[in-house]
Design a binder for this molecule. Structure first.
Ligand code: SF4
Length: 396
């Protein structure tokens, strides 16, 4: 079988398996993307994403990830599942990618199936490495070189048919294939994403400052969310879609035909804050969010986010739950953010709890109590050290 025919047939099999796009590239280093990536790290824009730092030497080099690789298949799955409705009172929003089942659990089986079909085509075993997201490679740069889309000013990969509402996955294969021509077109440059970002996380050079990004803080940051950013989270409980919602490339994207990513398959568009704030243990959290992307935030992160969203949306019905968390929760991150929310929603009524929290064993909690007490005294609270970082989060 010729290289071209094999490549064509593999692409047909990938599409038959439900992948919405498939592109092929070789294993040469991604030099330009590597330079930008190291600049991003040097500037401190990666916040405390340790895994980005530790794999920095590999990310632009498929051959360092797996020396036997001869070709990289990059696969696209559309996950778009619709628009938000008006937010019900007492709810927080979930980013679209997390409405259905966790893609890390869904996509790998079809990657393995594709490898099996490649073996059928070749009538011999092949060696392959399959990755869904957790790949120490510059995925979007690989996808661009495989002809699958352009890089937007919001740093997302933007495909022709599905905009940026896509999951990427990769198969490194020990078989040579015919590479696709790279995408050379640029983003249409309306800069709607830059104007709309609530925190100014998108820089003029097209890099994302993770230290300011709501997605980073609500999903990856396991510690303190800087006080100056909390109000900017708005009603985002997990993730943030703002810079994708306004993107003109994302207009008229069809609903995905992968039922696993429909909102009925997972947590859906929003969660009730009262339900989140009532999750009493890590085990209860794991049970509740098993099979969904929300697992990543862990109980600590999601309850912290829920406290902030309750304050931002004026959800006073949460005050009794926030008082209980501020008083009793064993996790200092949850206690501290609950105190902050009480300082916004009910500083006078919660004064006794705030006073008691001044003697908390943890300095972060004591600082939040002082801040909230300043609010209860009717002063204009300063941002203090905004904030101390008991869990290694980077203050902005
Ligand atoms: S995800 Fe949200 S906070 Fe992050 S860059 Fe996009 S709009 Fe800004």
């Amino acid at each position: 079988m010729t290289l071209e025919r094999l490549t064509r047939e593999i692409k047909e099999r990938a599409r038959a398996l439900g992948f919405h796009g498939v592109g092929i590239t070789d294993v040469r280093p991604l030099e330009e993307a590597e330079a930008r990536y190291h600049h991003w790290l040097r500037e401190g824009l990666a916040a405390d994403l340790q895994y980005m730092q530790t794999s920095a030497g590999q990310r632009a080099h498929p051959a360092r990830v797996w020396p036997e690789a001869r070709a990289v298949l990059v696969l696209v799955v559309n996950y778009y599942s619709g628009e938000f409705d008006a937010l019900p009172r007492g709810h927080g929003r979930i980013a679209r990618y997390a409405w259905g089942r966790d893609y890390h659990d869904v996509i790998p089986a079809r990657l393995r199936q594709l490898v099996a079909e490649i073996e059928q085509l070749l009538r011999r075993p092949v060696r392959a490495r399959c990755f869904t997201d957790a790949v120490p490679l510059l995925e979007r740069a690989l996808a661009r070189r495989a002809g699958l889309g352009r890089i937007g000013w919001n740093a997302c990969l933007i495909t022709e048919a599905f905009g940026s509402w896509v999951f990427l996955s990769e198969i490194l294969l020990d078989v040579e294939l015919a590479p696709d021509p790279p995408e050379t077109r640029a983003c249409v440059s309306t800069f709607d994403c830059h104007r709309s970002c609530p925190t100014g996380a998108l820089r003029p050079d097209g890099l994302v400052d993770a230290r300011l990004c709501i997605s980073y803080h609500t999903i990856e940051n396991r510690g303190v969310i800087p006080r100056a950013l909390r109000s900017k989270l708005g009603d985002w409980l997990f993730g943030c879609d703002v810079c994708q919602e306004v993107c003109p490339h994302n207009a008229r994207v069809p609903i995905t035909d992968w039922p696993e990513f429909h909102l009925e398959a997972g947590v859906g568009k929003t969660l009730a804050l009262a339900d989140v704030l009532a999750i009493a243990s890590d085990e209860a959290f794991r049970q509740r969010f098993r099979g969904t992307a929300l697992r990543r935030a862990k109980r600590r992160g999601l309850l912290r986010n829920a406290a902030i969203v309750a304050a931002n949306t004026g959800y006073e019905e949460a005050i009794p739950q926030l008082r209980r968390l501020a008083r009793e929760d064993p996790d200092e991150i949850i206690r501290g953010h609950a105190l902050w929310a009480l300082g916004v929603l009910d500083p006078a009524g919660s004064r006794a709890i705030l006073e008691r929290a001044r003697r908390d064993v943890h300095p972060f909690v004591r600082e939040e109590a002082e801040w909230a007490l300043e609010a209860s005294a009717g002063g204009e609270p300063s941002e203090g050290s905004a904030n101390m970082k008991p869990s290694g989060a980077i203050a902005v």
